[in-house]
Design a protein around this ligand. Structure first.
Ligand SMILES: [Mg+2]
Length: 180
């Protein structure tokens, strides 16, 4: 097992963003893994050329006003330099990048939930997770429900947002704010 992901955190709540399909437009390289082809090497090799997705970038920028940002991606560690350079190049707020450890082939819904639970600030620091994978969002919502059931009052849950389909400024402003 790899070391727990490092934490961001100066006490502000965390907003955690997926990369592919939320910030980065992968449409131009999907053909590598569609139609019977599963060339993951070619799919990932083209990641540096992804155009940014305006909705996701704007959401990250908006949330950075009162959140620390972190990036949680199913991309393998081998893409760290490419991904960090891409995030900088497209003006994303700085924050730690948590990637799929080498040799980790778990489904994203399992890998990401596990990574969030092991964040150093503690999972309670995570206020918002934005991901375009319905299975990831569902898993997070289920986990949030478990947490609400298992603790007495005052506990926040994590707000899992499926990018594009659910994001709007109104939706964000309607999120309950952390007390204190
Ligand atoms: Mg994604």
């Amino acid at each position: 097992m790899s070391a727990p992901p490092g934490g961001a955190g100066d006490g502000r709540p965390l907003a955690v963003f997926d990369v592919d399909g939320v910030l980065a437009d992968v449409a131009h390289r999907l053909h590598h893994i569609e139609a019977g082809s599963r060339n993951w090497g070619a799919f990932f090799a083209a990641a540096g050329d992804d155009p940014p997705l305006t909705t996701g970038v704007e959401l990250a920028t908006a949330l950075s006003a009162d959140h620390d940002l972190g990036y949680l991606t199913g991309r393998p560690e081998s893409l760290r330099q490419v991904t960090e350079a891409w995030l900088r190049r497209h003006g994303l707020p700085p924050g730690p990048l948590w990637m799929r450890p080498r040799g980790d082939y778990r489904p994203a819904r399992v890998m990401k939930l596990d990574a969030l639970r092991r964040l150093r600030p503690g999972p309670e620091a995570v206020e918002v997770v934005v991901d375009d994978d319905e299975q990831v969002v569902s898993a997070l919502r289920d986990a949030g429900d478990d947490r609400r059931r298992s603790r007495s009052g005052g506990t926040r849950s994590t707000y899992a947002i499926r990018a594009e389909s659910e994001w709007s400024p109104e939706a964000y402003s309607a999120l309950p704010r952390r007390a204190g």
